[in-house]
Design a protein. Structure first.
Length: 374
């Protein structure tokens, strides 16, 4: 969970720092290339996974497991690891739209608007995963949503120095959460069907997203555009972006830092999806907004507003209630929280057991035998 908080905070700050950099006479506004660089970082996870696989296999003789019989003839078995192309596709759309939105709003507001993912995932978990949502979780989601609304309204009224169009930016980020919710739900669904480690799955998603952008970027560079979020008359201008990076050492450092942050911490989010749930992961994402807000004020990107502080306190309260850290002893919330905590303890025991298998048994390699070279 610490990894998720670090990744969410650092990636948002680093991404906004890119947008604030000037090089070759213009600000570095290349959201599509930013999204592509994120997939580069995720792809590194796959290389690290393969390296670990090689070292572990050389130390331990393992006998690969065969896929279970009930999976042999269904779509999951046929597609194998390529099934993770679908969450990668949703991730690509969500990240691209979000990075465009970040150009127009302050980083803490960007992170706060991403908190709307909790509502989307909560509804989707009930509809598609047939999950039960406890009453304290519903209360947590309501408080998180209320906090988002308060901070969103305040950000529009009191526009931050780093926000050029808060209404457009907030709208884009909110819209992106529909696709981010689809990514989280499909990941959780596939983890139920396929035996695969989070580090491996994250690497596959990274490769799928990177390959997709290899085809998408040339098209974006050729499409004419005159809107505010376009670049030198085109939707994207990657050659100019590389020229800006080459001319500004600090910008280059920030770009490579972004790739490094994603490579080091992005897999922790998908691990939480596997071992707990997509809804638990989405609530953690909302907490990042508080850390981003504090750093943004320190860097001078935003001003301190007590109205925003109220919104953040409500958001944090909702996150604590949802995760059974803050328990309300009224109206059955306490009983629901303890029942949910008991379920989580069972999941934690399963996670420890699977991690032991991951280190010492052939089950670690079973995902590779489903069908694909990935």
């Amino acid at each position: 969970m610490i990894g998720v908080l670090l990744k969410g905070t650092l990636s948002t700050i680093v991404s906004k720092a890119m947008n604030e950099q000037s090089s070759e006479g213009e600000k570095y506004h290349h959201p599509y290339l930013q999204a592509a660089s994120m997939f580069v970082g995720e792809s590194i996870c796959y290389g690290l996974f393969r390296l670990y696989s090689f070292v572990s296999k050389s130390k331990n003789k393992v006998t690969p497991l065969s896929p279970s019989k009930n999976l042999e003839n269904n779509v999951y078995s046929k597609l194998g690891n390529f099934i993770f192309f679908f969450p990668a596709f949703f991730h690509l759309i969500a990240s691209t739209i979000s990075f465009i939105g970040l150009v127009f709003i302050a980083p803490s507001i960007y992170q706060m608007m991403k908190g709307f993912i909790v509502v989307i995932v909560a509804i989707s978990s009930v509809l598609f995963l047939k999950k039960k949502i406890y009453r304290h979780q519903v209360l947590g989601c309501v408080l998180i949503t209320l906090g988002i609304i308060i901070v969103g309204i305040v950000s529009i009224i009191y526009k931050a120095s780093s926000a050029s169009n808060p209404i457009l930016g907030a709208g884009l980020v909110l819209f992106a959460q529909l696709f981010m919710g689809a990514m989280l739900i499909t990941e959780e669904l596939f983890f139920r069907k396929i035996t695969i480690e989070p580090f491996h799955a994250q690497g596959i998603e990274g490769i799928c997203g990177l390959v997709s952008y290899m085809f998408l970027l040339p098209v974006l560079n050729a499409l004419p555009c005159t809107q505010a979020f376009c670049n030198n008359g085109f939707v994207e201008n990657s050659l100019f972006a590389f020229k800006q990076i080459y001319a500004n050492t600090l910008l280059a450092t920030i770009v490579f830092s972004m790739i490094g942050v994603v490579a080091m911490f992005n897999w922790t989010g998908i691990a939480i999806t596997k071992y707990t749930s997509s809804l638990a992961r989405s609530t953690l994402k909302t907490t990042n907004a508080v850390f981003v807000w504090v750093v943004s004020i320190f860097l001078g990107w935003e001003n301190f507003l007590w109205q925003q502080l109220i919104g953040f306190l409500i958001l944090v309260s909702g996150t604590l209630i949802y995760n059974e850290i803050l328990i309300i002893p009224l109206w059955g919330f306490k009983q629901a929280a303890y029942k949910r905590k008991a379920e989580k303890e069972k999941v934690n025991l399963l996670m420890v057991s699977e991690m032991q298998v991951f280190r010492n048994s052939s089950a670690f390699w079973s995902a590779e035998d489903h069908s694909s070279f990935l």
